[in-house]
Write a protein that binds this ligand. Structure first.
Ligand code: BTX
Length: 323
């Protein structure tokens, strides 16, 4: 906001000096309570502020940002991430990536933002994407595949993200069909695949990945606190987001190549090895209604196979799963 900007400008100009609440209130034309609220907001964004009675506030640490050079240095890919668009704040990286793809951006173009004000989930849901703490990115792929295969790329991506996390922090997350990555049943990553296609060919697939990296539990809105988690919450450590981005891009590129050359089968095996629901009784919530049954596995197309109580096997292509 405009007030926040002026507050930060004031701190920029004050260097190591403390600024009192009253001084700040006069400067930006609001109450001291409002100043205090803005300070709390800055803390949630990762700023560390020292507060001393009768002196006021000063900034002792600014949040870490993802820099272009940091991502470029040591990036081990040939295509993914060769073109990266960085944004401080966007409504949704998916929207920017879609526009870039319509403008002819090459395969592998990536959009990364520090914050999304209108991050998107599936089925018009929202994805909470607070500033400086997560990985909010969209990757443009242009596979020569029939459009109905595009959902498989969600599963390719899910395996890639899990492998990257395993390698970086030695935790083994689980995948919940089709697109959730969980730690101990809590959602740590969401993947959204959006397709631009004609009837028989894909123009682009835009893969949106949202990874909760460095959030503390308090920053989540109340309704998410019981269902969401971050790598920081799980490991107690601050994650270097640029490192994780590089790893994720490298793993996606590798698995995407395997997929293009050998088909879905090798991906399916990997995916099943991380899947949390296989063999369990689950409820699939779909537009047509709910289905209760045992999750058997996924088909070679990436659909979920479920056996109902009468022993009949159903294929589920789009649903929310409850375990
Ligand atoms: P989804 O529809 O499976 O999940 C959305 C649901 O997850 C929400 O309704 C809410 O309950 C919960 N949720 C929202 N935010 C979070 C969060 N930060 N952590 C855990 N749970 C949450 C999942 O959709 C797909 C999300 C993709 C997000 C990426 S970020 C980069 C790209 N740009 C964009 O706008 N979306 C994608």
């Amino acid at each position: 906001s405009e007030l926040r900007k002026r507050l930060l400008d004031a701190f920029t100009n004050s260097g190591d000096d403390f600024l009192s609440g009253q001084y700040l209130a006069d400067l930006i034309g609001c109450t001291r309570t409002a100043v205090w609220k803005h300070i709390e907001e800055l803390r949630k964004e990762g700023f560390e502020l020292e507060a001393v009675r009768r002196k006021g506030y000063r900034i002792v640490k600014v949040p870490e940002k993802i820099t272009e050079n940091e991502v470029r240095l040591g990036l081990m890919t040939k295509r993914l991430g060769q073109h990266i668009h960085y944004e401080e704040s966007v409504d949704s990286t998916q929207k920017i990536a879609l526009q870039l793809s319509l403008d002819g951006a090459p395969e592998g173009t990536v959009v990364i933002a520090e914050e999304q004000t209108n991050g998107r989930g599936r089925m018009a849901r929202t994805w909470f994407s607070p500033k400086y703490t997560g990985i909010w990115m969209s990757v443009i792929l242009r596979p020569q595949l029939l459009p109905h295969k595009a959902p498989q790329l969600t599963l390719v991506t899910a395996v890639a993200v899990v492998q990257a996390i395993e390698e970086l922090v030695s935790i083994k997350p689980q995948i919940k069909w089709p697109n959730d990555i969980l730690i101990d049943g809590k959602k740590m990553t969401g993947i959204l695949t959006e397709l631009q296609a004609e009837s028989d060919r894909i123009n682009s697939v835009i893969i949106g990945i949202g990874i909760n990296a460095n959030q503390e539990l308090e920053v989540y809105p109340e309704e998410l606190q019981s269902i969401a988690t971050s790598l920081r919450i799980e490991t107690g450590k601050t994650i270097n987001r640029a490192e994780l981005i590089k790893l994720v891009l490298a793993k996606i590129e590798h698995l995407y190549d395997v997929y293009l050359q050998e088909g879905f089968y090798p991906i399916k095996l990997l995916w099943e090895s991380y899947a949390v629901s296989i063999g369990k009784m689950i409820t699939a919530r779909m537009l047509q209604g709910n289905l209760y049954g045992k999750a058997l596995g996924i088909t070679d197309d990436g659909a979920l196979m479920m056996e109902d109580e009468l022993g009949k096997v159903h294929l589920v292509y789009s649903a929310d799963i409850e375990i």
